[in-house]
Design a protein around this ligand. Structure first.
Ligand code: ADP
Length: 492
């Protein structure tokens, strides 16, 4: 029996309860009787304290040379490596993804920490000639100020790492709110920064519920930037609120990712990749493969292979080694089950799964729906569950039109051995990411991550592009001519 964890906020370098002492429970979706702990249900008062602490820490942190800031990130990477095994166990217990995938989540943060630390010795600006003599022109990056980072539960260390690490490297200070479905992972991550020697006040943790704590962060006048990953509904609300405050906002929202399989593809490879892309993390990834578009002539064979791959997956308690774990909570479970019923009511045929599994946790069998047409809700809306909608096509043009015929544009994939098909798809798929001969998941930290259309608002996470979110450009003109020179006038 594990002891109940009494979680705390971390403000100005001190672990503390919410001012109101209110708390919320955190339990395992593998078995909701397994209560992990209780965490502060923070209010505006706590957010205020965190913002003040971040404001006070900002000048000193901004003045710390970026290579020095980077040293702390290297320490963070090392501590994550040290704790990877225990964090993996805790993550699987808290949010239910398989142990293998939880280990990958932490590895992503380790990779990100080493990568971003390297940026500490780059953080490049430009120098460029001035149009006037004896004058220099250049650009440099500067931090934005106090940033509010709001993250989801499905990548409870990796997604916070995509935000916190570049945000810190750039010299900002932070108010961080992890998801209420994975507060322990948020706390563990912040503990690592504290142990790594991050100065007090630079990273503040405020646990709580989205509608209260999250809203207090979004609407706080002294927070200059919001970086949010979560549902499109919440993202749209946050974007509107930030717009009204003229606050910088970076959004990473939903997906409805398609995988195209041509008749010239390696179908065994495609089947294996699609099962992994559609059902890993129980489909609860924003890049999950949720639509399979298969060429008519390859369909029967691919579906046979895919059903065989799916049948191999063990669904159940991931702490006991299952491949496919639970849905995160009862609300989301109902949503997934409802979507399967809606699809069938609209004419789709169930090939496998389609039901909740009788057990203590919130398990849904991997589900494949055939006979889907592009306008059905199951072909248009994000389910966030282990549900794959199958459609077929005759030409690549038709497949690309179906793939692009949704509001979202995060990830996409094509399996083909024809180079022309591959490049046509790369050029024409409306998505931030396209994989060739790999499923729609598998981002690497040194490449930009993000989507087009309603998946976001034009920003990218990870890679050096993340710095574009967390910095302002300062343009500098240095005139050493000793006289007044007038741009646009003197040379014309
Ligand atoms: P998900 O479906 O991934 O849980 P949500 O958008 O509900 O997506 O939640 C993602 C994060 O956003 C969580 O940390 C949650 O607490 C927070 N959140 C939810 N609603 C709001 C809101 N109205 N304002 C600010 N943050 C919110």
């Amino acid at each position: 029996m594990n002891a109940l964890i009494e979680g705390l906020n971390y403000i100005n370098g001190t672990w503390q309860d919410a001012v109101s002492n209110a708390r919320f429970d955190d339990s395992s979706p593998n078995n909701p009787q397994d209560v992990i702990g209780r965490f502060p249900a923070s209010t505006l008062e706590d957010v205020d304290l965190a913002v003040k602490s971040a404001q006070e820490a900002f000048p000193q942190w901004k003045a710390t040379p970026a290579p020095e800031r980077a040293k702390i990130l290297i320490k963070v990477a090392q501590l994550l490596e040290r704790d990877k095994a225990s964090l993996t166990q805790e993550m699987t217990r808290e949010m239910g993804k398989s142990l293998v995938e939880a280990g990958g989540d932490i590895q992503e943060a380790i990779d990100m920490a080493y990568f971003v630390a390297g940026e500490g010795r780059r953080l490049y600006g430009q120098t460029t000639p001035s149009e006037l003599p004896n004058k220099w022109a250049m650009t440099m990056r500067q931090p934005v100020g106090v940033c509010g980072l709001i993250t989801p539960w499905n990548f409870p260390i990796a997604v916070p790492s995509w935000k916190i690490l570049p945000c810190l490297l750039a010299g900002n200070t932070i108010v961080f709110k992890p998801a209420e479905d994975a507060p322990l992972m948020g706390q563990r991550f912040v503990e690592i920064f504290a142990e790594a020697g991050l100065p007090k006040g630079v990273l503040n943790l405020v646990q709580g519920i989205g509608e209260t704590t999250g809203q207090a962060i979004v609407n706080h006048p002294d927070i200059r930037l919001i970086s949010f990953t979560g549902s499109s509904e919440t993202g749209a609300t946050i974007a509107a609120q930030c717009g009204a405050q003229l606050k910088r906002v970076a959004l990473e929202l939903g997906g409805k990712n398609a995988c195209i399989v041509m008749d010239d593809a390696d179908l065994e490879l495609a089947a294996e990749g699609i099962a992994w892309g559609a059902f890993g993390t129980s489909g609860q990834r924003c890049t999950a493969t949720s639509r399979l578009l298969v060429h008519h002539s390859a369909k029967a064979r691919l579906l046979d292979l895919l059903l065989a791959e799916t049948a191999k997956l063990v669904v159940g308690n991931t702490l006991e080694g299952a491949d496919i774990g639970p849905i995160i909570n009862p609300t989301q479970l109902k949503r997934v089950v409802d979507y399967i019923a809606i699809a069938q009511a609209e004419g789709a045929t169930l090939l496998c799964g389609g039901h909740q599994i009788e057990s203590d946790g919130y398990f849904v069998a991997p589900t494949i729906l055939d006979g889907v047409t592009p306008t059905m809700r199951i072909a248009q809306e994000e389910v966030f569950g282990p549900v794959l909608a199958v459609m077929s096509f005759d030409t690549l043009e038709e497949a690309i039109a179906i793939a692009n015929g949704v509001d979202y544009g995060l990830s996409s994939a094509i399996f083909t051995n024809n180079m022309s098909h591959a490049f046509q798809a790369v050029e024409e798929l409306e998505a931030g990411i396209t994989y060739v001969n790999a499923p729609s998941i598998g981002a690497e930290v040194h490449l930009p991550f993000g989507g087009v259309k309603k998946t976001g608002n034009g920003h990218r996470e990870a890679a050096s592009q993340a710095l574009d979110v967390f910095t302002e450009w300062k343009t500098v003109y240095i005139d050493y001519s000793g006289r007044l020179q007038k741009a646009q006038l003197d040379n014309n």
